[in-house]
Design a binder for this molecule. Structure first.
Ligand SMILES: *Cc1c(COP(=O)(O)O)cnc(C)c1O
Length: 423
């Protein structure tokens, strides 16, 4: 049976009424026949039937044993970190998601957990960073925004040999493309906000474990901390996941066409997309994933924040916003948005050039997306030729809409000391 058929039919028809859509159990508690005698549920923080269907669904999708749904991707990450204790060490991918970096550095470090950041694209770096105190290795692949690829199976072997856990934030790939548990990881984490939800209409997080006991620990922490996903958002997330494979296929097809288009446009310098044979992680990505995803990043020949600012305010279908993985295409400019608080030199050293632009291909018709990018790039190209002839800076500035520099909720407090912060 195909993955999509299996997915769609693993969501049960309601046994009580035959409802084909999952019922939303909007309740806080469940009546008991006698103390401790119930129908499997007692209090809705601990367990809710709508959430339980979602949790089983994601466990199955990720080839795992136990799933747990949280109120956000960061709440899911937070639960995983609570598996650790003071004195433990984490080895984390150096261009880790910015919110995870903030949580590691500004919350868990003060509880005595040490974190080392290494470039995990070279697994030697992971080996070299290991100590007897290492308990957890944390990777993302592809990373954000330069889409670096780490060999999941190779890092899983290192983790196994050293008896530490491997956690993979699988948000960018989604289980439609990549199943880290099958490659040897112990935990998969998702921001359900992105591809799983898929419609830019909710915030959610998920953890899946391969191992039953580890799953019980996560469920314990989910109940103990209480950062659960609501019944309605669980329902929305189920509804999103039902079309995951279909959506990811189209996101990927558009992203591939966009990457090819960008590569030949005269205003574009570098294109970052794991599907391009020139991408340094291409072979590993091709081996461990079924596709290369819907995110494409690129830099402009005119490598300035001004030029990028012109670009991101010149598209009409690509909306200027944080986040990714929704039906509407999004564009962002990391240097003035997610990575704004990082000193320019550190940001550049991390591969986030002044003109780096990140695209999340939505579900619009591919040709329309390319046309939108073409007109914005042609505009930049014409302007940069004006700049190139020595025309006054004032003219181009006057023609440039100002770059938006506002930070989204929760992303303003990133420490500036670290080499790499992404969001
Ligand atoms: C968005 C994101 C998160 C955080 O998820 P929220 O749902 O926003 O809390 C974590 N990891 C990655 C890779 C993300 O893109």
């Amino acid at each position: 049976m195909g993955a999509t058929t299996q997915l769609i039919h693993s969501i049960p028809v309601d046994p009580l009424t035959g409802a084909i859509s999952v019922p939303i159990y909007q309740t806080s508690t469940f009546v008991q026949e006698a103390p401790g005698v119930n129908k499997g549920y007692d209090y809705a923080r601990t367990g809710n039937p709508t959430r339980a269907i979602l949790e089983n669904l994601i466990a199955q999708l990720e080839d795992g044993h136990t799933g747990a749904a949280f109120g956000s991707g960061l709440a899911a990450i937070d639960a995983v970190l609570k598996l650790l204790q003071a004195g433990d060490e984490i080895i984390a991918v150096d261009d880790i998601y910015g919110g995870a970096f903030r949580l590691f550095e500004q919350v868990y470090r003060k509880f005595g957990i040490d974190i080392k950041y290494v470039d995990t694209t070279n697994t030697e770096n992971v080996l070299n960073a290991l100590t007897p105190k290492t308990r957890l290795i944390w990777i993302e692949t592809p990373t954000n925004p330069t889409l670096k690829i780490t060999d999941i199976a190779a890092v899983a072997k290192i983790a196994r040999d050293h008896r530490c856990l491997l956690a993979v934030d699988n948000t960018f790939a989604s289980p439609a493309l990549q199943k880290p548990l099958s490659l040897g990881a112990d935990l998969v984490i998702h921001s359900g906000t992105k591809y799983l939800g898929g419609h830019s209409d909710l915030i959610a997080g998920l953890v899946v474990t391969k191992d039953k006991e580890l799953g019980e620990k996560i469920k314990f922490l989910q109940n103990a901390g209480g950062a659960i996903l609501s019944p309605f958002d669980s329902w929305l997330l189920i509804r999103g996941i039902e079309t995951l494979h279909l959506r990811v296929r189209q996101h990927g097809a558009s992203a591939r066409a966009i990457a090819a288009f960008l590569e030949q446009h005269p205003a574009v310098d570098k294109v970052f997309y794991p599907g391009l044979p020139t991408h340094p992680g291409h072979d590993i990505a091709a081996r461990q994933s079924k596709g290369f995803g819907g995110i494409v990043s690129f830099t402009l020949k005119e490598n300035t924040a001004d030029a990028a600012g012109d670009f991101v305010t010149s598209t009409s279908l690509f909306k200027l916003a944080e986040s990714l993985g929704g039906i509407k295409s999004l564009v962002s400019h990391p240097a003035t948005m997610t990575h704004k608080t990082i000193p320019a030199e550190k940001r550049r050293a991390a591969g986030v050039a002044d003109s780096l632009i990140r695209l999340s291909a939505g579900l619009e018709d591919t040709e329309d997306l390319i046309e939108d990018l073409r007109q914005a790039l042609d505009r930049i190209h014409a302007q940069s030729r004006v700049r190139g002839t020595g025309a006054t800076e004032n003219i181009t500035r006057a023609a440039s809409p100002s770059v938006r520099t506002s930070q989204p909720e929760g992303r303003t407090a990133q420490p500036v000391g670290k080499a790499v912060v992404t969001a």
